[in-house]
Ligand binder design. Structure first.
Ligand code: NOJ
Length: 437
């Protein structure tokens, strides 16, 4: 492992659990203080780890002093247009006789990145954490950074968006409410502030449309794979599209989309981890997935308007009732610490945790690039240099595309006499070139 990505820790009224920032240069007391933060960065560095922060440049909290003190830093209109909020309903709310834009919740007013004062303030915030020793940023919702300067309606859709959107959004082309052609000028300002530090973009676009973003960001999350079903053909297409050019950052689960074991089924969690950690380029593993934690029941609906708390139960370190996550009472309960926890898996060579550790070692030994391989229906296979990776996405035995020496397997007997066990994944050495597809 190289780095820890912290989702937002800034002071926040938590209408969107930290993605509504009330001070870009502080730490919410719920999490600690700036001194605590410095200690985390130092402790991580001592262990060979860097820290990535989450920056939320497109909107602030409605409680950020900027909203009161600098209303002109935000986007206003006398009447709403037809733009939609990502969480449903119009993207406009009224205040004092005018309407302000919020691409997400009404408590998250959108900043106007065409105002140079906004750019200065955000550059200042970006530099603040870089100077405190972080390695870079995961950049939130960056496709919403710049919109049509004239705030024109989104026209009716003529083509599908290319990634899942709500039924209402699917009726619109979504060309004016996001991804403005001059977005690059704002991204260049972010790049200017962070220098060579890493910028990972949460760009909600199909990979074919990443290019303007990758001119300034290092990598973008590959949503096509994140949103793919556990189906070899679908995942193959997603990987093919996202690897056509360099720049994919891989992620299969996070605080918005649920955990590996629940999304793909417990039986497939190991193979999913094997896929995630054998693709070329940076991979993000959601804390808890390394031990196969499942989604939980969630929390009180009033606080969880988008139904994502079930993905956000705390990490389970030990079998105690709070999973060792806190000595206090966690915001959300632990799900099943008595069954799934780090302590129990730590020294067990067959555990999910051991598999993930082995994968983290092995991924450094894989060759560069990626070539998709021909394989039986239900089997996803690709070569990384001299290594072949094969994943059986089905519940039945399937012929493996290669039968070289097994370097790593999701469980004993994953590959036997050229046959992949149900739900199994393997990394093996050596492949006949003719099988490259
Ligand atoms: C993406 C974040 O991952 C999500 O949790 C948040 O609600 C939205 N951006 C808005 O900031």
């Amino acid at each position: 492992m190289d780095a820890l990505w912290l989702s937002p820790i800034y002071p926040s009224p938590m209408h969107d659990f930290g993605y509504d920032v009330a001070d870009y240069k502080g730490v919410d007391p719920v999490f600690g203080s700036l001194d605590d933060f410095d200690r985390v960065v130092d402790a991580a560095r001592e262990r060979g780890l860097r820290v990535l922060m989450d920056v939320v440049p497109c909107h602030t909290s409605i409680e950020h002093p900027w909203f009161r003190e600098h209303p002109d830093w935000y986007i206003w209109r006398d009447e709403p247009n037809n733009w939609l909020s990502a969480f449903g309903g119009p993207a406009w709310s009224s205040l004092n006789g005018r309407w302000y834009l919020h691409s997400f919740y009404p408590e998250q007013p959108d900043l106007d990145w065409r105002n140079p004062e906004v750019v200065d303030a955000m550059q200042d915030a970006l530099r603040f954490w870089i100077e405190r020793g972080i390695a870079g940023y995961r950049v939130d919702a960056i496709d919403r950074l710049l919109k049509d300067p004239e705030l024109r309606d989104d026209p009716p859709a003529s083509d599908p968006y290319g990634l899942p959107v709500s039924d209402d959004e699917a009726k619109l082309a979504l060309t004016n409410s996001r991804n403005a052609p001059d977005t690059g000028s704002a991204l260049a300002k972010m790049r200017e502030a962070v220098g060579d530090h890493l910028l990972v973009g949460e760009v909600y676009l199909p990979s074919a449309k990443w290019q303007p973003y990758l001119e300034h960001l290092d990598v973008a999350f590959a949503f096509e794979l994140l949103l793919a079903d556990w189906d070899a053909a679908v995942m193959r297409r997603a990987i093919e599209g996202s690897t056509r050019r360099p720049g994919a950052a891989w992620v299969l689960s996070n605080h918005d989309f649920g955990r590996l074991g629940t999304r793909f089924g417990h039986a497939n969690a190991r193979a999913a981890a094997l896929m995630l950690l054998t693709l070329p380029g940076p991979a993000f593993l959601y804390q808890g997935d390394e031990i196969g934690q499942a989604d939980g029941p969630g929390g009180e609906r009033a606080y969880d308007r988008a139904g994502r708390d079930r993905f956000r139960h705390p990490m389970q370190w030990d079998p105690s009732s709070t999973g060792g996550f806190t000595s206090g009472e966690p915001w959300l309960p632990a799900v099943d610490p008595e069954r799934t926890n780090v302590e129990a898996q730590h020294d067990d060579p067959r555990s999910m945790l051991s598999l993930v550790r082995d994968l983290l070692t092995q991924r450094r030994l894989l060759g560069g690039g990626l070539e998709l391989l021909d394989a039986a229906p239900g089997v996803l296979a690709y070569a990384r240099g001299d290594h072949a990776i094969a994943i059986n996405t089905t519940g039945e035995e399937r012929p493996a595309p290669a039968s070289g020496d097994v370097v790593l397997e999701t469980g004993p007997g994953a590959l036997r006499k050229g046959t992949l066990a149900p739900h199994a994944g393997v990394i093996s050495m050596g492949l006949p070139g003719s099988q490259k597809g």
